[in-house]
Design a protein around this ligand. Structure first.
Ligand code: HEM
Length: 337
């Protein structure tokens, strides 16, 4: 049997790097190019595609806001008149051929095209929490998942060391494992995961976390149904449901109370917080595969309308620069939807 002997210095180096990986890194900003390089090293490089949410489809819809929303925020999105919205549904991850029948993330990314050229962009996910609470922690998690060149698989010791030191990185995966495979892009909840402040005409600021909840209810597949559906059914399903006029979401806001933690994408608001309906998003048309106006949009959560503000969650602002670099890489490579 082949024996592996680790020299004292190699052992010390290995322990040092494991230790460094397991530490919550200092709060120095992560360079956005380094972030994108790490996405590619950990999940592969698929030229022209988004490094996250690669398998997606573009659609159009409209949004009508409610009087309750107008009481909370001056944002023109809530005027009560229909506002056009660019919609992108996607399957989580960097692989443009990611299977539709896996217990993985689905995304709902939106751009509200508001009067006078104002925009509101957001990327929502099908879990109440994200996989990290700070950009440094997210970067550390990605690094821990980088495949070992010898095995082509992540090193279990590194994955464990990082997760042991940062247990919140496992919450999202546990949530997906506990849920069925969504039957459709249009039958699953999508959470914003960050808190945002809603500012009204008197200047009062209410923080909250939003959820897009399907008007027709949640629908999942049994394991047998998911297997039978195969890896590629979500786009056709969406087209059919939109044709039948059945794809709509309630844009709901859970209202934070004074002592709630609102600066973390891994900590949902406590159960039972008051929830108000901000309006309804209806999806009205779906683009051909690989077409539509989503191509050059990054759905940057810092692009907010007047009347909506970011909270102190450090992940919100940290998304802007890597999304920009992601866009520049995929455009340079020849952008694909
Ligand atoms: C610092 C942390 C993060 C980094 C570095 C990051 C990185 C990226 C990148 C590079 C893209 C592709 C952008 C493009 O090419 O246009 C992307 C897409 C996306 N991200 Fe993040 N992300 C972060 C945090 C988050 C969080 C907290 C959420 C939770 C809501 C999220 C949700 C999404 C969604 C939904 C998409 C797909 C949007 C689409 O359809 O284009 N990301 N992310």
């Amino acid at each position: 049997m082949k024996q592996f002997a680790l020299s004292a210095s190699a052992f010390a180096t290995a322990m040092f790097s494991l230790h460094a990986l397991a530490q919550s890194p200092a709060a120095a900003p992560v360079d956005p190019n380094t972030f994108l390089n790490q996405f590619e090293s950990s999940f592969g490089k698929f030229e022209g595609f988004r490094r996250s949410g690669a398998k997606g489809i573009c659609a159009m819809g409209d949004f009508v806001g409610t009087a309750e929303a107008r009481a909370l925020s001056t944002a023109s999105a809530f005027s009560g008149k229909p506002v056009p919205v660019v919609v992108r549904f996607s399957v989580g991850g960097a692989n443009p051929k990611a299977p539709d029948n896996a217990k993985s993330q689905r995304n709902l990314a939106l751009q509200f095209n508001l009067p006078n050229g104002e925009l509101w962009q957001m990327g929502n996910i099908s879990a109440p929490v994200f996989g990290a609470s700070s950009p440094q922690q997210f970067f550390g998690r990605l690094a821990s998942l980088q495949p070992d060149p010898a095995t082509k698989m992540p090193d279990p010791a590194k994955v464990k060391a990082f997760a042991d030191a940062n247990p919140e990185v496992l919450l999202q995966g546990k949530y997906f494992a506990s849920q069925p495979v969504p039957a459709s892009f249009s039958t699953v909840n999508y959470w914003g995961v960050h808190a945002f402040g809603f500012v009204n005409s008197s200047g009062a600021r209410q923080f909250g976390k939003w959820i897009f909840e399907p008007v027709g209810g949640i629908q999942g597949l049994s394991d047998e149904e998911a297997k039978a559906k195969g890896p590629s059914f979500l786009f056709d399903d969406l087209r059919q449901r939109v044709k039948d006029g059945k794809v709509a979401f309630n844009f709901n806001l859970e209202l934070a109370q004074a002592d709630d933690k609102i600066d973390s994408a891994t900590v949902p608001l406590p159960e039972g917080r008051k929830k108000i309906n901000l309006g309804t998003l209806k999806v009205t048309s779906v683009s051909e595969d690989a077409a539509g106006s989503c191509l050059t949009i990054t759905f940057n959560p810092m692009v907010l309308p007047k009347g909506v503000e970011p909270s102190a969650d450090p992940m919100i602002a940290a998304r802007a620069a890597p999304y920009g670099i992601g866009l520049s890489r995929r455009l340079t490579e020849g952008a694909k939807q």
